[in-house]
Design a protein around this ligand. Structure first.
Ligand code: NAD
Length: 366
């Protein structure tokens, strides 16, 4: 039990939220980060409205959260609006009575944006403006929105502070959409007075991150492959590094950014990360070590090394001093601790998935 004396600023804020619940809109609620925000907010007894068009998110993510929250009996309330952020009417409907917006809906993935820049722009830029228009009309207290470390482009600086922005060239249409979000947030704050806070997420991972599809992120993709007894591919020599941040730290950053009295300046922007580099080789070893207890055979599963991916930067990590100082953010999960927690979730869910498939096969045979 954390006492009032040694409780972290975030823990104190969580208590205040439990005592005085607010109404939150989470866009992209059925996605990886959105569903984790939903879980944290419902666990704190908040009223949550979710907006999603299920283009990359899944109903199963919502079912997973609602089941987890029901088990704790601290649950707040949840209302889902199925709709598209490009539809201003859907945004206005979702925004009614909302105090804070946590905007996550977007088309993620750099390769996806290279394959189809127009759709990434429509969703990530046009959709964002519709969210801002509706938020302004509804007079919400603050909009916290997901930006990305992609806005630093190929900057050679490491670790990256927020002020290193502009020291690199943008490498994808996705990066351009996220930078455009930051520009619009700033313009909307100055023009209409709506408070906006941008969060530049680094490489987020955790439960419910989708392991499937051409645009899957490295951690869930490798976990799924290892659980299937397949080999993983490391692009390049494996010494490429990233700042892998567990999603619970991202949830903390969002809630601090929404409620902090200090983030009311001119559309502030913060790095959200662990503040530590992990190479792909190190990451692979950590995942394999975490899974070997469940699947002893993977002790001798070695990765295949493929060619470097064009345009990939060599090193990436964040300086998180600004968010620490201004919002009192403190990561609760290191990359290693977060991986341990995420691996448990993937193992449990792959076992559940296998059991469900078995039941379906038995039913089909009966
Ligand atoms: P995700 O694909 O799992 O979730 C995005 C959600 O938005 C999905 O549920 C999807 O159905 C929904 N969505 C997409 N287009 C929509 C539309 N037009 N209308 C309504 N809903 C729509 O992605 P994620 O990893 O949870 O990412 C969330 C946010 O964080 C995104 O803005 C992403 O760009 C940003 N981000 C993520 C990472 C990361 O490592 N995952 C890193 C940097 C930034």
């Amino acid at each position: 039990m954390i006492s009032g004396v040694d409780a972290s600023p975030y823990e104190i804020l969580r208590r205040e939220l439990r005592d005085r619940p607010r109404t939150w809109l989470v866009t992209g609620v059925a996605g990886f980060i959105g569903s984790n925000l939903l879980e944290e907010l419902l666990g704190l007894g908040q009223r949550v409205v979710g907006l999603d068009n299920f283009s990359t998110g899944h109903r199963a993510n919502l079912e997973d959260v609602l089941a987890a929250v029901a088990a704790t009996q601290h649950g707040g309330t949840f209302r889902l609006i199925e709709g598209d952020i490009r539809d201003v009417k859907a945004c206005k409907k979702a925004m009614r009575g909302v105090d804070f917006v946590l905007h996550q809906a977007a088309l993620g993935s750099v390769p996806r944006s290279i394959d189809d820049p127009a759709t990434s722009n429509e969703v990530n830029v046009d959709g964002f403006i519709k969210v801002l228009i509706a938020a302004n009309e509804a007079k919400v207290k603050r909009v916290v929105y997901a930006s990305s470390c992609a806005v630093y482009g190929d900057s050679p600086m490491c670790p990256l502070t927020e002020d290193h922005f502009g020291t690199g060239l943008l490498l994808s249409p996705y990066a351009a959409t996220k930078l455009t979000n930051e520009i619009y947030a700033d313009v909307f704050q100055r023009t209409y007075g709506i408070q906006c806070v941008g969060l530049r997420y680094f490489n987020v991972f955790g439960p419910r991150q989708d392991p499937n599809g051409a645009y899957a992120a490295v951690i869930p993709r490798w976990i799924a492959k290892l659980l299937n007894g397949e080999r993983c591919e490391i692009l390049g020599d494996g010494e490429t590094s990233r700042d892998f941040v567990h999603v619970s730290n991202v949830a903390q950053a969002n809630i601090l950014a929404a409620l902090s009295e200090r983030s009311v300046g001119q559309s502030p922007i913060y790095n959200v990360a662990c503040g530590r580099e992990t190479s792909l080789n190190e990451l692979y070893r950590m995942i394999r070590l975490g899974l070997v207890g469940h699947l002893p055979a993977i002790a001798v599963n070695f990765p295949i090394h493929g060619p470097f991916r064009e345009g990939d930067i060599r090193r990436s990590s964040a300086d998180i001093s600004r968010i620490r100082q201004q919002l009192q953010y403190e990561p609760t999960h290191s990359t290693a601790q977060g991986l341990g927690q995420a691996l448990e979730w993937y193992v449990e869910h792959s076992a559940k998935g296998a059991a469900k498939q078995g039941e379906e096969r038995t039913a089909a045979l009966a």
